[in-house]
Design a protein around this ligand. Structure first.
Ligand code: ZN
Length: 487
């Protein structure tokens, strides 16, 4: 039986879906005003693992992962100006052009990481009507007030009727001391009140009409509105990074309780952070490395490129609730580990069966299932696969034999757990054998054309060749006397 850790109850609980055989799952997706970095890969891969495992268990899963493209109220550097609007203003682009550009790039990164697309990927900008209706419900219940055209959640009033801060374990006094002086402070009754709707300043590009002002929804509102629209007023799982627990998810709970009288979410799940030398990786910390930089090896903190599968494996090697500290050495170790698994998988596919087994395959399937059932313990699944790689190598080296039945079982378990559930692509199209020389020759030819373009200072062509090959999964490295590439 699958047990998952519910952040709200702070314990592992047996997973029981609200509707027999069906699971509704909502995960906070990216804000598309820049390229995805390693910190984005972790929630995407964590909840991809859950999505894959729930499907393996036979559930029909509706997986909703949103795109945040408006009114992201991050108060850090931009003084409340929406980052997408700011970027658009600077580059003279339509805001939706910026959104589309980074959404496409996010999709490409996710595909390279073998993250399955969600069932529904709603944009906040496409659900303004639903968000206004949700704000209106909170107004009608008396838990919000209008001030200068903006609508704020009346947190003090709400906290008299519902426990505010229960997810992150905070009380109102903690929150008062934590809340920094923010945009709109003078309009609010209390510093801890958060915006449900914001009146747009004249320079704000993206805005919509509402009963209160020409403006845009508060960031927390989109997940409440879109989650309940597509999954119902109560649904099974809400996931996201631990950094979203407060204020974002706490605010979502308050919005749901205020509007509907109850929380919408049955199980809250949070992945831990990726750190660099102990510090959270993120834009505001100036230490983030984009996924593309990992794939191309182009960042001062990187000594070499790392394939998308190495990144995926690196993340899955840790339990999703533990921190992962990034370093070159850790990634090099992950690369080696993945190579060993890949070799074992490919050997497994070539093994010949004998009459009897001298190697022990010892209920690998049950052990892998047990680990996954224990709150998605992917590092234990990986260690079981490494154990079984030893048996595979023994047979491959002619030092043991394996029976037809054991061989069939082993191949099935590896396919199910390594490929389908962990999502590791171990079958390596790179060793395709026939046609290999022609394929290598074609890539060499393209890269020679790129060299020629560079010599002619035709940067558009040279960048196009590099970018398109990279998008196909190639890693290209410029060297003194030409180039190197790998897939
Ligand atoms: Zn969210």
């Amino acid at each position: 039986m699958l047990q998952i850790y519910n952040t709200l109850s702070r314990q592992k609980e047996i997973f029981r879906p609200l509707h027999e055989g069906h699971v509704g799952m909502y995960v906070c997706g990216p804000t598309v005003y820049g390229d995805a970095h390693l910190g984005h890969a972790r929630p995407a891969i964590t909840f991809d693992l859950l999505y894959r495992y729930l499907q393996h268990l036979g559930y029909k899963v509706r997986y909703v992962r949103n795109i945040t493209d408006v009114g992201h109220l991050e108060h850090d550097a931009d003084e409340g100006e929406d980052k997408i609007a700011k970027k658009a203003r600077l580059e003279q682009l339509e805001p939706m052009e910026v959104v589309q550009y980074f959404t496409n790039r996010y999709h490409r990164d996710m595909e390279l990481l073998n993250v399955l697309p969600p069932s529904i990927e709603p944009h906040a900008s496409g659900h303004i009507i639903e968000q206004i209706a949700f704000v209106q419900k909170i107004m009608d219940k008396g838990y919000a007030y209008v001030s200068n055209g903006s609508v704020y959640m009346d947190v003090e009033k709400y906290a008299k009727d519902y426990p505010y801060g229960k997810l992150s374990g905070r009380n109102l006094e903690d929150i008062v001391t934590e809340t920094r002086e923010l945009d709109g402070q003078q309009e609010k009754k209390h510093s801890f009140d958060f915006a449900l709707w914001k009146k747009a300043a004249p320079e704000h590009i993206m805005h919509w009409p509402s009963p209160w002002s020409e403006g845009f929804p508060g960031w927390h509102m989109e997940c409440s509105a879109m989650g309940t629209k597509y999954l119902g007023e109560q649904f099974d799982i809400h996931g996201g990074g631990m950094d979203l627990m407060f204020p974002h998810h706490e605010a979502e709970i308050a919005q749901s309780c205020a509007a509907l009288g109850h929380d919408s979410v049955h199980y809250w799940m949070h992945n831990n952070m990726i750190t660099i030398a102990g510090k959270k990786m993120g834009k505001s910390y100036n230490n983030f490395i984009t996924l593309e930089q990992f794939f191309e090896g182009k960042h001062e903190l990187l000594e070499q490129p790392f394939s998308p599968m190495t990144i995926r494996f690196f993340i899955l090697q840790a339990h999703y609730r533990s921190t992962v500290d990034f370093s070159n050495d850790a990634l090099v170790a992950a690369e080696k580990g993945l190579a060993r698994l890949t070799e074992a998988y490919q050997r497994l596919m070539k093994l010949q069966a004998s009459a009897t087994s001298t190697v022990e395959i010892g209920n690998l399937r049950e052990r892998c299932q047990e680990a996954m059932d224990d709150d998605l313990n992917s590092p234990i699944v990986i260690s079981h696969l490494f154990d079984s790689a030893r048996a595979i190598n023994t047979v491959f080296d002619g030092k043991g034999t394996i029976s037809e039945a054991d061989l069939k079982e082993l191949r099935e378990v590896w396919k199910t757990y390594a490929m389908d559930i962990l999502g590791l692509q171990l079958d390596g199209a790179q060793d395709a054998g026939a046609g290999m020389d022609a394929y290598k020759g074609a890539i060499d030819m393209l890269l020679n054309m790129r060299l020629e373009a560079k010599r002619n200072k035709d940067w558009a062509t040279s960048d196009k060749i590099r970018n398109e090959l990279t998008a196909l999964g190639f890693t290209i490295k410029d060297t003194k006397d030409g180039f190197e590439w790998s897939l």
